[in-house]
Design a protein around this ligand. Structure first.
Ligand code: GRF
Length: 207
């Protein structure tokens, strides 16, 4: 018998390209995160992230929001799906839906999101555009636990990038994404190793 603890069981929720999903898959495949992605769930059938998952033999499902009357019903069905896979951590990797308290209470301090700005600055949509329009010199990305607000939960890791004078939304987004692909898997690794504790708004990371 090996001494290695059981891998953390993850679900990754997506809506689009899935480059953050890929960064987590790659770290798991490289053996540097002790986790298993039990399923990838998209709210839309055409997310490229679903193809990435299938390429790695990960169950990839569409849980289509257009077939549900409201957010709570959608989330209740999602909780059932995730519970069926024995999920312990839910990772929102470009999932373009706000979760209701139904999901948040089912996974207390066990849902992580990545946001492309230094929260609490520029929450919500088009964070990179908001940062450029405001004229900040630095932006970055934030991994945080999800609560019932929009990008308001306790902050786990942040990474700072400079904003250049000639940046466009695209060039700034690319620079931020490079950092996302480092810090998001790192937050998952810390969680998998039991190295994250939360006290109110404060997240304590063990070295
Ligand atoms: C990322 O920029 C992330 O910050 C935001 O959505 C984007 C998802 O990109 N929440 P990808 O689908 O992981 O490539």
């Amino acid at each position: 018998m090996s001494d290695q603890p059981q891998p953390l069981v993850l679900a990754v929720l997506v809506s689009g390209n899935g480059s953050n999903l890929q960064s987590i898959i790659d770290r798991i495949d490289a053996g540097t995160i002790n986790a298993r992605i039990a399923c990838v769930v998209s709210n839309t059938p055409d997310a490229h992230a679903l193809l990435r998952a299938r390429r790695h033999g990960i169950p990839a499902l569409t849980h289509d929001n257009s077939t549900y009357g409201n957010r709570k019903e959608y989330d209740a069905a999602l909780v059932k799906i995730l519970a069926g896979y024995g999920v312990k951590l839910v990772v929102l990797a470009g999932f373009m839906r706000i979760l209701s308290e139904v999901m948040v209470t089912a996974f207390p301090h066990a849902i992580m999101n990545i946001h492309p700005a230094l929260l609490p600055a520029f929450p919500g949509l088009h964070a990179q555009r908001q940062a450029l329009e405001y004229g900040v010199r630095y932006s970055g990305c934030t991994v945080h636990f999800v609560d019932c607000g929009t990008d308001t939960g306790p902050i786990i890791i942040q990474s700072v990038v400079p904003v250049m004078q000639d940046d466009t939304e695209e060039s700034l987004s690319r620079r931020i994404q490079k950092e996302e692909h480092q810090v998001f898997p790192e937050a998952v690794r810390l969680f998998a190793e039991g190295k994250i504790s939360v006290n109110g708004r404060h997240v304590h990371l063990l070295a």
